[in-house]
Ligand binder design. Structure first.
Ligand SMILES: Cc1ncc(COP(=O)(O)O)c(C=O)c1O
Length: 376
């Protein structure tokens, strides 16, 4: 095989946690994995039934989404968040990670004189990876107003994420849209946690107009459908048209049965309200449990993560203690950017009895000793 000197994929972030998994697994009752934000609870029965009864598996599904899929997604945006987006100004994607990681490449083909992807400095790693895969510059920002004018001029797109993974923070979306319009850069608003907004109602960027913005949505978190892979992007008509044409050429398609299931999921709000209660209960339970190890963790404004400050800023140290004493696998904050290195992220995705087990272990340990540390 020829030796190449090009791109080498870095270790996948969560593969770095094996050492924590091993320590947590050694406890009676085993590890409680709170590292990846993968849903545990069941989707509604009607959604699962739709997967097997739509009769759509024989033919190719429309890449842009079936008329029923697009209508259901648009109706959901309007019903839950008061945003009126015509169904032909939104298009399907296979969950959102592939879209997040692919969109800089497609935008660059259209705007070759811009080469910079701006993204929040503590954020979901795929924003930066998408820039890398497109051969673009990945430039983190603390606040849009502080972006270097040279970087703003080169901006191919700007990511915002509200509610945010991992911090749970909420953005001023109309201000972000205005910034993007002023700088000629599309604002891509990742809103996959919108249903789990705790401070006030859920907010979408498309409520402030479609021009120059895309809202990116997923059923993975809303409806516990991460395994089915359904999402959509909505907003600026020209941008949606361009991206959906490119994606059609490239063969991106949400499978027909999944599109049928997505319609059933978008049409139902009751399961979301139940899931909201579950996550709120679990967030409170884990905030309480963390006090046993001297961690005073704030409640998030949204999403289902705790962003916990590590005592002394030692995030790997706290992660080792939570694994060895509580049996919980959590994610050190550096996985979400250098600026997050003094926090850990705890995803409260596991069932209540597993979280209670972690809480009990931490409480029973009393004064938590220094956990034995393997090399990070
Ligand atoms: C902020 C954010 N965006 C996008 C995704 C991707 O989710 P999916 O591809 O399942 O839609 C995730 C998943 O954890 C996420 O946290």
């Amino acid at each position: 095989m020829t030796q190449t000197r090009g791109f080498e994929p870095p270790p996948y972030p969560y593969d770095r946690l094996d050492v924590l998994r091993k320590a947590a697994d050694a406890l009676p009752g085993g590890a409680v994995d709170l590292s990846i934000g993968t849903p545990y609870d069941a989707p509604p029965r009607a959604v699962v039934e739709a997967l097997g009864s739509s009769g759509t598996e024989r033919g190719y599904p429309p890449s842009v989404g079936t008329p029923a899929f697009r209508a259901a997604a648009a109706a959901w945006l309007e019903r839950r968040f008061g945003a009126a987006v015509p169904p032909d100004h939104l298009a399907a994607c296979m969950g959102t990670k592939e879209f997040v990681a692919g969109v800089p490449h497609w935008l660059r083909l259209r705007t070759p004189d811009r080469d910079t992807v701006l993204y929040p400095r503590i954020s979901y790693p795929s924003y930066a990876m998408g820039a890398t895969l497109a051969g673009c510059r990945a430039v983190p920002y603390a606040a849009l107003d502080d972006v270097d004018p040279g970087d703003a001029e080169r901006a191919l797109c700007v990511w915002v994420n509200s509610p945010a993974n991992p911090t749970g923070g909420l953005d001023d979306l109309p201000a972000a849209a205005a910034w993007g319009r002023a700088h000629g850069a599309p604002v891509l608003s990742d809103e996959c946690y919108i249903e789990f907004t705790w401070a006030g109602p859920g907010r979408t960027i498309v409520a402030a107009g479609l021009d120059g913005v895309l809202a990116v949505h997923s059923l993975s978190k809303r409806s516990n459908l991460a395994g089915a892979r359904a999402g959509f992007y909505a907003g600026d008509p020209e941008l949606v048209h361009y991206l959906s044409e490119v994606r059609k050429h490239a063969g991106f398609m949400v499978p027909g049965p999944v599109q049928a299931a997505a319609v059933a999921a978008f049409d139902d709000d009751r399961h979301v309200d139940e899931q909201r209660s579950r996550y709120q209960r679990r967030l409170a339970l884990m905030i309480d449990a963390l006090t046993a190890v001297g961690v005073d963790c704030p409640a998030p404004d949204g999403a289902f993560y705790l962003w916990a400050p590590a005592p002394g800023g030692d995030a790997w140290g706290l992660a080792h203690i939570l694994a060895a004493v509580g049996g919980a696998v959590v994610a050190p904050g550096e996985l979400y950017g250098e600026a997050g290195r003094d926090h850990v992220r705890i995803a409260v995705v596991q069932p209540d009895d597993r979280l209670e087990l972690v809480a009990r272990r931490l409480r029973d340990a009393g004064d938590v000793p220094d956990a034995p540390r393997a090399a990070d």
